[in-house]
Design a protein around this ligand. Sequence first.
Ligand code: NAP
Length: 323
Amino acid sequence: MRAAVAVSQNPEDPLSGLDVRDVPRPEPRKGWTVVKVKASSVNMHDLWTLRGVGHDPRNIPVILGCDVAGVTEDGREVVVHPVIGDADAGGGDETLDPNRALLSERHDGGFAQYILVPDRCVLDKPASLSFEQAACLPVAWSTAYRMLFTRAGLQPGQKVLVQGAGGGVASAAICLATAAGATVYATSRSESNRQLALELGATAAFQSGERLPERVDVVIETVGEATWGHSLRCLKPGGAIVIAGATSGTAPDADLGRIFYQQLRVIGSTGSTRQETQAMLEMVERHGLRPRIDRVLPLERIHEGFQAMIDGALAGKVVISID
Ligand SMILES: NC(=O)c1ccc[n+]([C@@H]2O[C@H](COP(=O)([O-])OP(=O)(O)OC[C@H]3O[C@@H](n4cnc5c(N)ncnc54)[C@H](OP(=O)(O)O)[C@@H]3O)[C@@H](O)[C@H]2O)c1
């Protein structure tokens, strides 16, 4: 079968290590399901792997792609929950299993004609979504779901600030928080992403760092250093900042005085459980939510999609469509 494989890592020239080649089709295995991949979307995670950040070189070569939708051999249309872990080892939560892995870290990913995944990772695709749309959801949308509802415990009527509206997790958080009945403020460096935030349902959108009309209960933070100080200043006393990424850097001024004096809660979040991915899919279906797709490309043109992501030239996801 054809597959896009990370064959080497290079921080300066990540795409030199991405090769579309013939590889053996995965063999069926007890407790695991073979899925014929119909679509798989590109994430920053794939680029980090090619750059050699957070990915053990001993796990190279590996097929990339952690967001997958497809069809099982008995014809079931499915979405793949991307976290492979043992819930028991994490006290009932596989994201807390010390040995958990995201698809494509230690197990071959979805930029291929077929993928082998644990049976428990196979979830029904929402009927109203195309394979291309469904393949945008598992990583970014489930991460946003966990941040908002499990980690922050968001309630209808609460106020949320989402930093960096153009990001995949951030734009999903705007959609989900709006659907849950929250007042959503978003920030972005660009006018076009502020406009996007409003189209996704945000109550108002601001330039990064701009003063909000009121303080919020929850901040959804994936930008990191560039927005951390603003995030802390925007919280009500007792408010929660949930952080799942730090695209602009990981070492801001912590502003500890503000954290203890305002009794703020700083909450880390990574990935999602199977139940959270399932609940996110149900919420997307119930509210008619749709991820934004920038372009759909065939596997043989995957380098183009990665380059557009590197260039920051995207308004939505790059989806790889696979025959
Ligand atoms: N923990 C997890 O489970 C998990 C899951 C998925 C992703 N992540 C991580 O979360 C982060 C976000 O990923 P993503 O794919 O959603 O989005 P992303 O493309 O990495 O970007 C996030 C947004 O941050 C803003 N931004 C970036 N650099 C900035 C800067 N210097 N100053 C101000 N704003 C800046 C941009 O928004 P504007 O252009 O609109 O300003 C950008 O769209 C990444 O670091 C990713 O690795 C973690």
